[in-house]
Design a protein around this ligand. Structure first.
Ligand code: NAD
Ligand code: TYD
Length: 354
């Protein structure tokens, strides 16, 4: 049995669905169900005997220790985090609590459990920490993409908290021998992503007839990775990654934000044309930039390809079309998400921009 933290979030839920379609191992999802946790993402597993959901905090040592020993967990895949840069700018406290302190407590619970395992089981145990390319800071237009040895230069409260968690994970390996691997991935997109992030936000705002908010000049570059490609990479790292190592995971797919938004508009123009025939691109609006906005992220994913044979299988064209189709076909999911805390967040983040 594996324990997946943050299993009701965007990537965690995709990972669990993907995992159970490939392996016969059972899964426990531990998730606090913050605004970003959505059990609806896992609705397909409601009657699957291989799946158990537990609502709780990764910082609750008693609960985590009990889950580890009762279910004889052989791997922890750690997705749980506060994950949105804009929210971290408005208030960093939760990011420090969950991403740093929560990861510390999770590591300590895992260490105590792992130390008590019989030798063979201890050797097979894995702690896989899911992190981000944002820990490396911002690249200039000409710079080579981030390799695993790139200097850590986090610029936002979010990326600083993730960087801190990466260091803790590294230290728990070097100091205590905990069998860890860390992955640093680029921007994910795909089904079940909470519509505070660029791609789902733009799809849903376009369909609602609302302005499509582009921060600053829209020339910031991200390296977009389709979520199921990311899930496949994590499976490979978990199975064959070298202990104590880090693996960069990216889509080989750098795009400026404005190009991404135009591509979404073109897809919607084709798949769900506006009644008046006008392009959704007319809704594009430039708004005040994000403070400290990183200009460019790009991942050099050659190490994971060389060592583990992983490469993304989706192009941006195929991945984006699947994503837009998914949001068009899942109006109930969208409706459920939009009727929650999300509305308050949209008001807080966007009403003061013009
Ligand atoms: P998400 O915000 O969609 O989901 C996070 C999940 O963690 C939610 O279900 C939330 O309820 C849960 N959670 C938060 N605090 C918790 C706590 N204290 N205890 C238990 N559960 C808690 O995030 P995501 O986009 O799925 O990202 C997953 C991981 O991948 C994060 O660690 C993030 O830093 C990393 N990552 C994400 C991206 C991306 O593009 N989404 C890119 C790089 C790295
Ligand atoms: P986001 O999805 O928040 O991911 P991250 O900040 O982790 O990269 O944002 C992706 C890019 O899109 C980032 O450069 C900020 C930009 N952006 C906008 O221009 N408008 C928006 O409304 C949002 C949410 C993001």
């Amino acid at each position: 049995m594996i324990l997946v933290t943050g299993g009701a979030g965007f990537i965690g839920s995709n990972f669990i669905l993907d995992w159970l379609s490939h392996a016969d191992t059972s899964v426990i999802a531990l998730d606090k169900l913050t605004y970003a946790g959505n059990l609806g993402n896992l609705a397909a597993l409601t009657s699957d005997p291989r799946f158990t959901f537990v609502q709780g905090d990764i910082g609750d040592t008693g609960l985590v220790s009990q889950l580890l020993s009762t279910h004889q967990i052989h791997a922890v895949v750690h997705f749980a985090a506060e994950s949105h840069v804009d929210r971290s700018i408005h208030g960093a406290e939760d990011f420090i609590q969950t991403n740093i302190l929560g990861t510390f407590r999770l590591l300590e619970a895992c260490r105590a459990y792992w130390a008590g395992l019989p030798k063979a089981e201890a050797a097979a145990f894995r702690f896989l920490h899911v992190s981000t390319d944002e820990v490396f800071g911002s690249l200039s237009a000409e710079a080579a993409p981030f390799t695993e040895t790139h200097l850590y230069e986090p610029n936002s409260p979010y990326s600083a908290s993730k960087a801190a968690s990466d260091h803790l994970v590294r230290a728990w390996h070097h100091t205590y021998g905990l069998p860890v691997v860390t992955t640093n991935c680029s921007n994910n997109y795909g089904p079940y992503q909470f519509p505070e992030k660029l791609i789902p936000l733009v799809i849903l705002k376009a369909l609602a007839g609302d302005p499509l908010p582009i921060y600053g000049d829209g020339q910031q570059i991200r390296d977009w990775l389709f979520v199921t490609d990311h899930c496949a990479a994590i499976r490979e790292v978990l199975a064959r990654g070298t202990l104590g190592e880090t693996y960069n995971i990216g889509g080989w797919n750098e795009q400026a934000n404005l190009s991404v938004v135009h591509a979404i508009c073109e897809l919607l123009d084709r798949l769900s044309p506006r009644a008046n025939g006008a392009s959704y691109a007319h809704q594009i609006t430039h708004v005040a930039d994000r403070p400290g906005h990183d200009r460019r992220y790009a991942i050099d994913a050659r190490k994971i390809e060389r060592e583990l044979g992983w490469r993304p299988s989706e192009t941006f064209e195929t991945g984006l079309e699947k994503t837009v189709q998914w949001y068009l076909q899942n109006a109930d999911w969208v409706q459920n998400v939009q009727s929650g805390t999300y509305r308050d967040w949209v008001r807080q983040n966007y009403t003061e921009r013009s």
